[in-house]
Write a protein that binds this ligand. Structure first.
Ligand SMILES: C=C(O[C@@H]1C=C(C(=O)O)C=C[C@H]1O)C(=O)O
Length: 178
């Protein structure tokens, strides 16, 4: 798993995020996935019997190691980094890296640091005031394969986090009926 982690998380970190072409994307199958404003976990669950989360990493990152762009979306502070792979019925579908500012992990949201195998989306969209904005997309090349990726900001109780998601080759987004 560590080579997987190295390849996919590194690719996600190097992605060149761009404003989506809403008009074009909204009419496509990929667009429905990339522009999803509600829970990605829910959308993935609709395509399998069991959705499993494997935590690849959980560590802190100093403010100085964040990019200007990340700081402008989240505020100037250190973050918790949560890295996971989501698998549908045993097939790896999505690799995700989430930056959670320290000030988001307060009060009711302290548990977000200890989610383990509970999908982040399941926890966040439990909250009536959860919302997503700042959706950006990218095409990421991993081992010669072009993969879809997106980055978005999630808000829970008006506190932000930044979620980057890479759709792996077996993900339903690439399938006809996806
Ligand atoms: C952000 C969501 O959560 C999903 C689960 C994640 C996790 O458990 O870390 C990360 C990204 C997701 O695609 C979501 O469902 O929308």
């Amino acid at each position: 798993m560590s080579e997987f982690k190295e390849l996919h998380l590194q690719a996600l970190m190097n992605a060149r995020w761009e404003e989506p072409d809403w008009q074009t994307l909204e009419t496509t199958r990929e667009g429905a996935w990339l522009l999803e404003r509600h829970s990605m976990t829910e959308r993935l669950k609709a395509h399998c019997r069991t959705l499993a989360v494997e935590v690849l990493g959980l560590h802190e990152i100093e403010q100085s190691a964040l990019t200007e762009n990340e700081l402008s979306l989240l505020g100037e502070e250190s973050c918790l980094v949560r890295e996971v792979v989501l698998s549908g019925d045993g097939d790896a579908w999505l690799c995700a890296r989430t930056l959670v500012p320290k000030s988001t992990l307060t009060e009711k949201e302290q548990d977000i640091a200890d989610l383990g195998a509970v999908p982040l989306g399941q926890r966040v969209f439990n909250q009536a005031n959860a919302r997503r904005d700042a959706i950006e997309v990218a095409t990421v090349v991993v081992e010669g394969q072009s993969l879809l990726a997106r980055r978005s900001r999630l808000w829970v109780n008006e506190k932000p986090m930044l979620v980057s998601e890479l759709f792996l080759p077996d993900a339903p987004v690439y399938q006809e009926e996806g």
